[in-house]
Design a protein around this ligand. Structure first.
Ligand code: PBG
Length: 329
C-alpha cells in the first residue's frame, strides 16, 4: 500500500486534523459536581482536591450562575452533613428542609433552567460512612432501598430533575422508580450508577464529605459487598441491563480512566445514554502531578476527557468541567 496510502496526509495541519477528528468535547457533555455545606459565606478548598471547594448555599447561588454562563447546564449535588445529624437510618436524608432539599431549591432559584441532579445514597448521612443501613456487620439491602426511595421522592418534591443513586444496592432503581410513579413524578429521571466499582480513587471525595467508612467493630471496613470488583467485566453489563429494566433513564460507569473498556462494552450493549464519572482521585492525580511540573495540566485534562468520550460516554461528570470549557472556548 505504502506510499499510495499515507496516513500522515490527514495530520498535516490543524485545519485538516480538526476536519477529520472523530471525537471532540463540548460544554454539552458535562455534568458539574458541586459540594454543599451548611453556613454562610463559606468556600472551603478540599485539601486533596486543589481548586475544588465546598460551599454554603449563598455562594452556591453565585457558583451556579457562573457555571451556567460558561455554557454548562447540569449540576450534580452532594452535601456534607453535620456530624450530629448522622445516624444509621438516613433520618436526615428525608428531611424536607435538609441541606440537599434546600440546595435543590437554591439552584433552581439561581438558574431555573439548570438541570439539577442529586446524589442519592446514605453515606453522607451515615454515622458509619456506609451507603446502606448496617446491622450485625452487614449492609441490609432491602431496608436501605426503602429509605432510598423515600429520599428520592423528597428530592423530587424539592425540584430535582434527575436522581442519581450511587449506592449499588440491588433493586433500588425499581423501588425508586415505583415510588416516583405512584406519587406522580413521572418526569423525574434516574441516572443510575450502574457499574460502580469498589475503587481506591474515591479517597478525596470521602475527604470532601467526611464520608469514609468508620473504623469500628462490626462495621464493614470497605464497600466491597456492594460496589463491584475491579476485576469484573461481564458483571458490569449484567448490572447495567438490570438497572435499565428496573427503569434507569441513564446508566453510569464509575470511575472513568481505569474502566474505559467497560464504558465501551456498555456503550455497545445498551441503547440508553451512558454517563461516566471521572472521579475525585482522577482529578487529584492530575492536579498533584502538574503541581510538581511533571505533567502539562491542560493538555492532560483535555486528553483524558476526550478519551472518556471516545470510549463511549455520552456525558461526563467531571471536576474539570469548568476548566475544560474555558480551554475549549
Ligand atoms: C457515595 C459516592 C462516592 C462518590 C460518589 N458518590 C464515594 C463512595 O462510593 O465512597 C465518589 C465520587 C468521587 O470520588 O469523585 N455514594
Amino acid at each position: 500500500m505504502y506510499p499510495l496510502s499515507r496516513n500522515r496526509r490527514l495530520r498535516t495541519n490543524e485545519a485538516v486534523r480538526s476536519l477529520v477528528r472523530e471525537t471532540a468535547i463540548t460544554p454539552d457533555d458535562f455534568i458539574v459536581p458541586l459540594f454543599v455545606v451548611e453556613g454562610k459565606n463559606i468556600k472551603e478548598e478540599i485539601a486533596s482536591m486543589p481548586g475544588y471547594y465546598r460551599m454554603s448555599l449563598d455562594l452556591l447561588k453565585k457558583e451556579v450562575k457562573e457555571v451556567w454562563n460558561l455554557g454548562l447546564k447540569s449540576v450534580l449535588l452532594f452535601v456534607k452533613v453535620p456530624e450530629n445529624l448522622k445516624d444509621n437510618a438516613g433520618t436526615e436524608a428525608l428531611n424536607s428542609e435538609g441541606l440537599m432539599q434546600r440546595a435543590i431549591k437554591t439552584v433552581k432559584e439561581a438558574v431555573p433552567e439548570m438541570l439539577v441532579m442529586t446524589d442519592l445514597a446514605l453515606d453522607p448521612y451515615s454515622a458509619y460512612g456506609h451507603d446502606g443501613i448496617v446491622a450485625e456487620g452487614k449492609i441490609i439491602n432491602d431496608d436501605t432501598t426503602a429509605v432510598l426511595a423515600e429520599m428520592g421522592l423528597s428530592h423530587a418534591k424539592a425540584g430535582a430533575d434527575i436522581l442519581a443513586p450511587s449506592d449499588m444496592m440491588d433493586g433500588r432503581i425499581f423501588e425508586i422508580r415505583s415510588l416516583l410513579e405512584d406519587e406522580g413524578f413521572h418526569d423525574t429521571g434516574i441516572m443510575s450508577y450502574s457499574a460502580k466499582y469498589a475503587s481506591a480513587f474515591y479517597g478525596p471525595f470521602r475527604d470532601a464529605l467526611d464520608s469514609a467508612p468508620v473504623d469500628a467493630e462490626n462495621i464493614p471496613k470497605n464497600k466491597k459487598t456492594y460496589q463491584m470488583d475491579p476485576g469484573n467485566r461481564d458483571e458490569a453489563i449484567r448490572e447495567t441491563l438490570m438497572d435499565i429494566e428496573e427503569g434507569a433513564d441513564i446508566v453510569m460507569v464509575k470511575p472513568g480512566l481505569c474502566y474505559l473498556d467497560i464504558v465501551r462494552d456498555i456503550k455497545n450493549a445498551v441503547n440508553v445514554p451512558v454517563a461516566v464519572y471521572q472521579v475525585s482521585g482522577e482529578y487529584a492525580m492530575i492536579k498533584a502531578a502538574s503541581e510538581k511540573g511533571w505533567l502539562d495540566h491542560d493538555a492532560v485534562v483535555l486528553e483524558q476527557l476526550t478519551a472518556i468520550k471516545r470510549a463511549g460516554a455520552n456525558m461526563i461528570a467531571s471536576y474539570f468541567a469548568k476548566e475544560a470549557v474555558k480551554l475549549i472556548s
